[in-house]
Design a protein around this ligand. Structure first.
Ligand code: GLN
Length: 245
């Protein structure tokens, strides 16, 4: 009887190893982001929520992994992913040729547009009017890169957070802010007296960044994204945060 019991125990334990008893030994998918970029990522109390977080969660579910979100400066995300401190970066991050030199990008999951925010009644009415003005940007973003290229670094004031650039516009330290359209909408909604110019500056693709040597994860993420696109999950997540105009 004793022998039978121990054989039974061994069988149960072995079965557990194969089917995975409980969910506690799930691997973790660590996502690097900068949680000041609504509606893609932002704090709701102590929680980081938003489109990117939900997409990453849906990908993690497909890979049977547990999602962990790490908040850091936007400028540190690519380094963190390259160094293996995070597996994946989702931060409304634009695919650029320059970034592709140091990191891989998944297939794109959303479009972004660089827009210009000014004060109501500003004499800046088009992109060309920005020449010679002070332009606020978020450090190391595409808005920063394009503004510096087009108007010169002496015209560009870099801030760590998009909202800091918007605050500088409100207080008159800069004449305009170049930033992605969706965060622009929420910053304009949160501060009176600001408007977004109708002329769009640059249209871009958002994607997840993954270390060059982690092609296995890149393939898995692209497969997961394709499924999430096909079954409508991706659109559902986007529609939850971005209401059609
Ligand atoms: N899309 C921009 C970029 O990739 C801004 C992203 C961000 O500020 N989170 O540079």
């Amino acid at each position: 009887m004793k022998k039978f019991l121990s054989v039974a125990l061994v069988l149960v334990l072995t079965a557990c190893m194969f089917v995975g008893c409980g969910k506690k030994d799930k691997k973790t998918l660590t996502m690097a982001t900068n949680a000041y970029f609504p509606p893609y990522e932002y704090y709701d109390g102590d929680d980081i929520v938003g489109i990117d977080v939900e997409i990453a969660q849906a990908i993690a579910d497909k890979l049977d992994m547990k999602l962990k979100v790490e908040d850091m400066e936007f400028d540190s995300i690519i380094t963190a992913v390259t160094a293996g401190k995070a597996d994946i970066g989702l931060a409304g991050m634009t695919v650029t040729e320059d970034r592709l030199k140091s990191i891989n990008f998944s297939d794109s999951y959303a479009k972004g547009v660089q827009v210009v925010i000014v004060k109501e009644g500003s004499d800046i009415q088009s992109i060309d009017d920005l020449a010679g003005k002070k332009i606020g940007v978020q450090l190391a973003t595409t808005g920063d890169i394009y503004a510096t290229d087009d108007f010169g670094s002496e015209c560009v004031e870099q801030y760590n957070k998009g909202n800091d650039a918007v605050m500088a516009l409100v207080s008159g330290k800069v004449d305009a802010v170049i930033i992605d359209n969706e965060p622009a909408k929420s910053f304009v909604a949160a501060n009176s007296g600001l408007v977004i110019l109708e002329t769009e500056y640059v249209t871009e693709d958002y994607a997840a960044c993954i270390a060059k040597d982690n092609t296995e994860l890149l393939e898995k993420v692209n497969d997961a994204l394709a499924e999430l696109k096909a079954d409508g999950t991706l659109q559902k997540i986007i529609d939850k945060y971005i209401k059609a105009e």
